[in-house]
Design a protein around this ligand. Structure first.
Ligand SMILES: [Zn+2]
Length: 371
């Protein structure tokens, strides 16, 4: 029988913090852990549209903060719609209706990010979907843990701008502030995982715990939180995939948000609907099973507001990444950055124009992905 599907988004969760957290690392013993999960976009709506559709936003239309409603729903089918077509009860929850494509949801709840107790609210939703199971139906449940974002919004975004000296000079304070928000996310996750356990949902559910993007603690002047640059502290996130029929392991190679939708469909043996556009993502099952798999490059882009108040309508920074290298193209001023991610993980030493062959390869990839 088909499994339920549960996706839990830890909005703004940093992978370095997850790897230091006992709640998150405990998950590794029962999941496939992807410590190099690359986001299409370092901000929620474009990242999540890519995750749900298995396609980059420059094809689906959702390629900016402003373009949630430009998602080409007649050309790109979301995981929610696939599961709905399969007869699933589909239920989602978020702090705004703008973060994910809502096509295919039977119910979409909006929580108050400033007031609601998300552990309680989401536990109630798990109770609700469990009743559907008890009636013989399968469910898809999507949950957003929004409170890291909420804390950053109130204590960073509203107080500082991308060029506030005071922010960048106080990295220790920034780290502490972020850690406080992250530890609440750990408490939340612990409660939710216990709920899943108590209702005995592990055995018949595929569960994906994922972050959409990381958040700056002051690494690079010009970005106080996220969405301005394509550096790894935001575009490299985590994912934990849990299912009773896959063996737990860590996948060291890079994967992309766009790969999870085709992976879940593959796990359920659901065929792609050929009346829709083809996917950019690929199933990760061959990688999980250890059969031959070549790493795909990951494309990301974002709209840096620069000295404006709001992000631009179209992306102006693009990047292409492998596990080892990254090329960034700053379209707004026509400059490039090349980083050796193995020896320079914090992306401080720009190697562009130093005669490395990888630069041309990545530039060609970037040009292809841009279309
Ligand atoms: Zn987010």
């Amino acid at each position: 029988m088909d499994k339920n599907v549960i996706i839990i988004l830890i909005d703004g969760g940093r992978v370095d913090r997850a790897m230091k957290s006992s709640i998150f690392t405990n998950l590794q013993s029962k999941s496939v852990f992807f410590p190099q999960t690359i986001s299409y976009a370092p901000y929620t709506n474009a990242a999540m549209h890519a995750l749900f559709s298995g396609c980059y936003g420059n094809r689906t239309g959702t390629d900016s903060y402003w373009h949630t409603y430009r998602f080409k729903k007649n050309k790109f089918k979301t995981i929610t719609e696939y599961l709905k077509d399969r007869g699933y009860f589909t239920c989602g929850d978020g702090h705004t209706k703008l973060i994910i494509p809502r096509q295919g949801f039977d119910e979409f709840h909006i929580h108050d990010e400033n007031k609601d107790d998300l552990s309680k609210h989401h536990s109630d939703l798990i109770d609700l979907v469990k009743t559907k199971n008890d009636q013989g139906n399968r469910f898809f449940l999507y949950l957003t843990y929004s409170n890291i974002h909420t804390g950053i919004k109130d204590e960073v975004l509203k107080i500082y701008n991308n060029f506030s000296e005071e922010y960048f000079q106080n990295k220790t304070i920034n780290e502490k502030r972020y850690d406080g928000f992250f530890s609440k996310a750990e408490n939340y996750l612990e409660i939710i995982l216990k709920k899943i356990q108590d209702l005995d949902l592990y055995k018949n559910s595929i569960i994906l715990i994922i972050s959409d993007h990381g958040i700056s603690v002051g690494e690079k002047f010009g970005e106080r939180a996220y969405g301005a640059f394509c550096y790894d502290y935001t575009i490299k996130t985590f994912a934990y995939l849990i299912s009773s029929d896959i063996t737990s392991r860590e996948i060291v190679s890079q994967v992309r948000h766009i790969d999870f939708m085709p992976t879940i469909l593959d796990m359920m043996k659901i065929k792609l609907d050929t009346s829709y556009e083809s996917l950019d993502g690929e199933s990760l099952i061959p990688l999980i099973n250890g059969s031959k798999f070549e790493e795909n490059t990951a494309y990301s882009e974002t709209g840096n507001p620069l000295d404006g108040k709001a992000p631009p309508k179209a992306p102006n920074i693009k990047s292409v990444r492998t596990s080892k290298w990254k090329l960034i193209y700053n379209e707004y001023n026509n400059t490039k950055e090349l980083y050796d991610l193995v020896n320079d993980p914090h992306e401080n030493n720009n190697l562009v124009n130093s005669g490395l062959e990888i630069e041309e390869f990545l530039w060609n990839e970037l040009t292809k992905k841009q279309g």
